[in-house]
Design a protein around this ligand. Structure first.
Ligand code: SAM
Length: 216
């Protein structure tokens, strides 16, 4: 079986902006990403967006209880087929496979009436920093349509990534990065009004990352 790192590296050549990282997430970051699932009351419906080679998928599987459901959404078809091949050997995947489904699509395309208000937890690895402000707003909009009223979202961002990129970018990209930053800040302000936003630093990841957990 091809190593997780090799699969990732091969995809970077053609899809760098879509992937948005150099290596798969560490088990430490994966653990922080599933904090909203710790000790949850089953059944819940979980949506993972952007699983890549599956480090966070594996952490989700370990938190899943009988009757929980997992929907895995990945836009890159090669990564999706590698992920399926890797998961088949995972005993936690085997335990829950009847309640796991795969959506090979962009998250912006998957909003369907059948899933509206039906998702309890969204675990997103999407590279928000590479999005345009309007793509990011559209994505948050989809998340909020899918989520139940007391739903949760976790996502991660590399520490200081937008500040560093802003310094190194041309003016057009700087403006985009500032606009992305303000969309994320506004999103958090809205959630804080009625719910809670928690963060956790994961230094044991390359690069170090901040996980953000939004409790609506
Ligand atoms: C930063 S990588 C994270 C991969 C993996 N979760 C990890 O932590 O190592 C981002 C992933 O999001 C996927 N992705 C990017 N845009 C997407 C979109 N609009 N819809 C679904 N998946 C997307 C990429 O193909 C890639 O697998």
């Amino acid at each position: 079986m091809e190593s997780e790192y090799l699969i990732f590296l091969k995809e970077l050549k053609t899809s760098f902006l879509q992937i948005g990282s150099l290596v798969p997430s560490s088990p430490f970051l994966a653990k922080a990403m599933v904090l909203p699932l710790k000790g949850h009351v089953a059944p819940v419906r979980i949506l993972e967006v952007g699983p890549g080679t599956g480090p966070i998928t594996k952490a989700i599987l370990r938190e899943m209880k009988d009757e929980d459901e997992l929907i895995i959404c990945e836009v890159n078809s090669r990564l999706m087929s590698r992920l399926k091949a890797r998961l088949i050997a995972d005993p936690y995947f085997q335990k829950h496979m009847q309640r796991i489904s795969f959506l090979e699509a962009s998250i912006q395309e998957i909003y369907t009436e059948s899933l509206a208000d039906k998702v309890d937890v969204i675990v997103s690895s999407l590279p928000f920093t590479n999005f345009t402000p309007s793509e990011l707003r559209a994505t948050i909009d989809v998340f909020e349509k899918l989520l139940k009223t007391d739903g949760k979202v976790t996502f991660f961002e590399y520490l200081g990534i937008r500040k560093i990129s802003t310094i190194l970018s041309n003016r057009r990209n700087r403006d985009r990065l500032r606009a992305v930053d303000s969309v994320i800040k506004q999103w958090q302000e809205v959630v804080v009004r009625e719910g809670q936003v928690r963060t956790k630093l994961s230094f044991l990841n390359f690069p170090p990352a901040l996980t953000v957990q939004m409790y609506y």
